[in-house]
Design a protein around this ligand. Structure first.
Ligand SMILES: [Zn+2]
Ligand SMILES: [Zn+2]
Length: 151
């Protein structure tokens, strides 16, 4: 199967290892994180799942995210706008966020990250964790604004 399925399996195995019960709601949140390919907020996850899990609450979503975060299955992003976002890609990577539509895209760069190396050289720090978010206009929005000018 696709990669996201094996990642989901690995995550489920890790929960089992820690004796954390995989309730239907917990599974739903975990599955959403591994299949949404985005950087959802608690509210976005809640809204996506509540139609199917009518007893779901924002607090339940948040508590599950906390469990996953503690086990290193997901990352919490605190930069950018004030709403916390969650990321199933736990490997260090950069983000670009569209100032127009808000889409957040992962950027994979060669290891070690050139920016990290430059900052280590400039500061003498041994960088362990980084969150880099650059903001701009995404290709879709650029295309739309160009079309507006042309038409
Ligand atoms: Zn955009
Ligand atoms: Zn990401």
């Amino acid at each position: 199967m696709s990669m996201e399925h094996s990642e989901l399996d690995t995550a489920m195995a890790k929960l089992k290892q820690q004796n954390i019960r995989l309730t239907p709601q917990r599974f739903a949140v975990l599955e959403y994180m591994y299949t949404c390919h985005g950087h959802p907020t608690v509210e976005e996850i809640y809204k996506a799942l509540v139609t199917k899990y009518r007893h779901l609450s924002v607090a339940t979503v948040y508590n599950n995210l906390r469990v996953f975060k503690k086990l290193g299955l997901i990352k919490e992003l605190t930069n950018g706008d004030s709403s916390r976002r969650y990321d199933a890609v736990t490997k260090e990577h950069y983000h670009v966020t569209c100032t127009n539509c808000g889409v957040m895209v992962d950027v994979e760069l060669p290891e070690p990250s050139p920016l990290k190396v430059q900052i280590e050289q400039a500061t003498g720090f041994a960088i362990e964790i980084y969150q880099v978010e650059m903001q701009g206009v995404c290709p879709d929005c650029l295309k739309k604004s160009n079309q507006l000018i042309v038409n």
